[in-house]
Design a protein around this ligand. Structure first.
Ligand SMILES: [Zn+2]
Length: 291
């Protein structure tokens, strides 16, 4: 699932390609992805593009006239830039293509465009056309952005979260925007905190460390991601994760074995030596291959 660093890199990439151009065509291939009725997707055609930005894990293409194409990639969505867009008709409901947007220069020269795709059978991608991004419920709910949240705000947020476990709170977009399952694992590993640590019992030192690790982990991931084309970004993310998705492998910090806790629809990874005083967290399902 793309998280803040990848979405930020995608936003910067799309902004560089499309700001100052004009939307030439918008084609919807996955009818269920579009969550709004008016304005319509066709209202975007012919509009000059002001720029592309990020709100939490949402992408926001704004036109000069104040229309916004907002979309959320959810678990399996992605954006692929194409220097030349296929000209044939799009078959709705066939394959991973959900939305195709083409651009022209102000002189009308085609410059390609992007496909928004979604792999797999679970269709959770969401596309909105709005006059104000805050009309998108998921955007209106966003907490402060993880990249810019202050230490004082983070302290207040964690105190308000009470005994809730830190891992879940970091992933809650209404609490802090932008962090998902992968980077919460990475941030907690860097901060040497158990994913199950209750928020309200973090010491001021631990909160300060967590705050620095949020900023550093996301910042470093953005630095690595920016400059990558839409085609190589995913591999870039995966290659640099230290604990997430690496159960059974060696922790590069201490040499212990990265372990895993599985839930119904997700799993988390952590290093016992770095994060839980050497004690593995209870998880029946992984014990068979992590003896
Ligand atoms: Zn370790």
């Amino acid at each position: 699932m793309p998280e803040l660093p990848e979405v930020e890199a995608l936003a910067r990439f799309l902004d560089a390609r499309t700001a100052g151009t004009r939307v030439a065509s918008v084609t919807l291939a996955s009818l269920s992805a579009l969550k709004t009725v008016t304005p319509s997707l066709l209202d975007l055609e012919g509009q000059a593009v002001a720029g592309v930005g990020r709100r939490g894990k949402f992408l926001d293409l704004a036109t000069v006239d104040g229309l916004h194409l907002v979309w959320h990639l959810s678990r399996a969505g992605w954006v692929q830039w194409r220097e030349e867009l296929p000209t044939g008709p799009v078959k709705p409901g066939k394959g991973p293509l959900a939305l195709r947007v083409g651009f022209v220069t102000m002189d009308g020269e085609p410059i390609g465009g992007f496909d928004v795709t979604e792999a797999g059978t679970q269709k959770r991608l969401a596309v909105y056309v709005v006059r104000d991004p805050l009309e998108v419920p998921g955007v209106a709910r966003l907490g402060p952005d993880a990249l810019t949240v202050s230490e004082a705000d983070l302290t207040a947020i964690l105190a308000a979260a009470g005994r809730s476990q830190i891992k879940g709170v970091l992933r809650d977009q209404s609490v802090i925007a932008g962090i998902g399952n992968a980077y919460s694992d990475e941030i907690l590993h860097a901060a040497r905190l158990s994913p199950f640590h209750p928020c309200s019992s973090l010491t001021p030192d631990e909160v300060a460390r967590l705050h620095a690790c949020i900023r550093d982990e996301l910042g470093a991931a953005i630095d690595r991601s920016v400059g990558h084309g839409t085609g190589t970004l995913k591999a870039e993310k995966k290659a640099n994760l230290v604990v997430h998705g690496r159960a059974g492998q060696t922790c590069p910090v201490c040499g212990d074995t990265v372990r895993e806790v599985s839930f119904a629809d997700s799993s988390l990874q952590y290093c016992p030596t770095c994060q839980t005083g050497g004690k593995p967290l209870a998880d029946r399902r992984t014990s068979k291959f992590l003896k």
